[in-house]
Design a binder for this molecule. Structure first.
Ligand code: CAA
Length: 263
């Protein structure tokens, strides 16, 4: 039924400071239907507003991440409805890219179409050895609709992105690593634990400075180099108005550990 929960949402890590969102719609290969994405939006926003949470991890199962947007939901839609935005189709998706806290994707198995687009909207991707990434929309007569032609091209360059989008051909974890789509590859059983560890490590940092770092790196995708460098320099200047910058530098000079953030 549509009341069934499609996500498992938990706090994890030794300090319970990592928010875990696990896709749990196994019957449809975790297809990202609107009810699932609405749950995702709620979960991400709750973690974003929770001061105890330092980072978020999104994962699927050990067998599959997600087979894309829900084709059974899309098959009946028409141009006018989705173009005008009357049914708000895909509106929830922007929550991931707009989240101020770092989101790490831990990927096993198929990560296709909207699944690949979802993880590319995250900040860091860890992949299991058997992960497969692809944008197979062309095979069902459409084009990637949630960033697949844009973020993939930024991540892996034109030639590989074009090949994937024009054919639907998938790439494996090693290729994704070489191309720069993912930052680490681990055995399937370890990838989630590694992602959580990474989230815990980020969670040790000043939340204020983490947010600035995330904003700075993301700017590299959205601004010209000149604008990006200017923005980065201004953020750097801004850190000098924070307690955490003063504490961080003082602790280094005094050869001690910095105290927990106060900002
Ligand atoms: N949407 C809805 N249901 C899906 C689905 C999807 N994207 N992918 C799989 N399913 C369902 C199947 O319909 C099937 O359900 P039933 O048993 O009720 O028929 C169940 O999940 C299992 O799927 P398969 O029998 O196909 O499993 P398989 O192991 O043989 O193949 C697969 C796995 C290669 C992932 C294959 O399911 C597949 O190709 N899926 C579609 C991939 C795809 O085209 N994704 C892009 C979607 S479009 C998109 O994402 C738009 C966008 O950019 C926003």
């Amino acid at each position: 039924t549509h009341h069934e929960k499609m996500l498992i949402v938990q706090r994890v890590g030794a300090k319970q400071n990592v928010g875990l969102i696990k896709l749990n719609r196994p019957k449809a290969h975790n297809a990202l239907c609107t009810p699932l994405m609405k749950e995702m939006q709620t979960a991400v926003k709750e973690f974003e507003e929770d001061d105890k949470i330092g980072a978020i991890v999104i994962t699927g199962s050990e067998k599959i991440f997600a087979a894309g947007a829900d084709i059974k939901e899309m098959v009946v839609k028409d141009f006018a409805t989705i173009y005008t935005g009357k049914d708000h189709f895909l509106d929830e998706w922007k929550t991931i890219a707009e989240c101020k806290k770092p989101i790490i994707a831990a990927v096993n198995g198929f990560c296709l179409g909207g699944g690949c687009e979802l993880v590319m909207a995250c900040d860091i991707i860890y992949a299991g050895h058997h992960a497969q990434f692809g944008q197979p929309e062309i095979n069902i007569g459409t084009v990637p609709g949630a960033g697949g032609s844009q973020r993939l091209t930024h991540a892996v360059g034109k030639s590989l992105a074009m090949e994937m989008v024009l054919t639907g051909n998938r790439i494996d974890a090693e290729t994704a690593l070489r191309a720069g789509l993912v930052s680490k590859v681990y055995p399937a059983k370890e990838v989630l634990a590694k992602a959580i560890e990474l989230g815990e490590k980020i969670g040790e940092q000043s939340p204020l400075i983490v947010q600035m770092c995330k904003e700075a790196v993301n700017s590299a995708y959205e601004l010209t180099l000149k604008e990006g460098l200017h923005f980065e320099r201004r953020l750097f200047h801004a850190t000098f108005s924070t307690h955490d910058r003063k504490e961080g530098m003082s602790a280094f000079v005094e050869k001690r550990k910095p105290k927990r953030s106060l900002d």
